[in-house]
Design a protein. Sequence first.
Length: 261
Amino acid sequence: MKFRLAFTALMAGSLGAAHAQQTAKPEDTEVWEPVPKVVAPGRTSGEAPSDALVLFNGKSLDEWVTADDRTAPAKWTVTGGILTVNKGTGNIETKRLFTNYQLHLEWRVPANISGTGQARGNSGVFLASLGKGDLGYELQILDAYNNKTYVNGMAGSIYKQLIPLANPARKAGEWQAYDVIWTAPTFAADGAMATPARATVLFNGVVVENNVSLLGPTQYIGKPSYQRHGPAPIKLQAHGDKSEPLSFRNIWVRELPAVGQ
């Protein structure tokens, strides 16, 4: 008797669900607003879309300052549409501060690069700069074509933290591209980390960091840990190695809303 009652209840529930499906309309699950804004994509791979902020257009460093003295203009060399590191003047960083964003930049190690390992076209893009020197969250830049080094310090790594999933590097002398989705960390009222920084990195179109969580700002020595901070500039590194300086071009950023917004 109990089995019959249970079977009858099951059948009634199934018939009710089927009836609800039959009476539902397609438009019940259609969302019409808000309408996403129209963004014109770049005409070529890597070209800035219409809503991007161009950080380097091949002509000037108007969007950049000297990282160790934000009142001083950036003093790297701009020639022929290309930005080349001037190691004697130190790191540069954006005038503007960012939280979450999409970043595109292209970089090139000189074809005549000398040195080995970390002394071969070393630089980095700090996805959030936290002050003078090399403070912040560094995505490593380095010649990675037949150049052996520690794998959490090769091109495509989150320096000293996360090893890239692949090595799609081109030869020295050829342009390389990074495309980054950066989600800044968030902090509780007491300063404790609430959600970690996250990054997705495409290196020459290949995913090398897939929505990874960072342990804190990158450290050359020691373990990383979080300290509360807000929006931050993007920084490019003038590394102190002895190799020939590398170059950049085609740098742009698109600010993104907070996760869930």
